[in-house]
Design a protein around this ligand. Sequence first.
Ligand code: HEM
Length: 170
Amino acid sequence: MDLSSAGGALLITVLRLLHIVGGLIWVGAAVVLSFYIEPALEKAGADGGRILRGLYSETSFPSLLPVSALVTTVAGLLLYGMMSYHETLGSSMGLALTLGALLGLLAFAHGFFAVWRPAAAYSALADSDADQAAALQGKLRRNGRVSMWLALASLALMAGARYIGPVLSL
Ligand code: HEM
């Protein structure tokens, strides 16, 4: 498709919106969860555990991060292919976007295997076995923090890519 045509511009605009709004929800939710909700619930002891289990088993919260991350990643991959950034690796913008994309893909893979998949088991355990759920909760919290930092680093590289050249005098 000719990306300079009206149809091409519309497609890029929709993909950019999905990518950026999806990324905002993914990273924003991960930061709020890691830095605010989890520490507050941990301090609340058994009550905190009950609230967290309620969040995972009574609401659609378990899908928020995986779905927003999937939308961000799929739209990002399409944009990366369509805008031919692989051909501009020599430019500071192409390089920053590529590094950001690699970190974003890593954040997605780590989130999928180390957090979201085991979180489904957590939702199932939450009602039946509180002790096992508490053990899994600690592991999910640590792994979630790793994914959050990877996604945050990806966001920093993506958001700064356009202007990183002049800043580094490249
Ligand atoms: C945590 C995950 C991610 C976040 C928060 C994020 C965020 C962003 C933001 C804010 C921009 C806008 C930059 C600008 O226009 O100046 C952007 C652009 C872009 N992102 Fe990501 N991104 C993420 C992951 C990815 C991944 C995994 C890929 C591809 C595999 C990707 C590919 C792209 C591309 C190609 C652009 C440039 C689009 C254009 O030129 O119109 N991103 N991203």
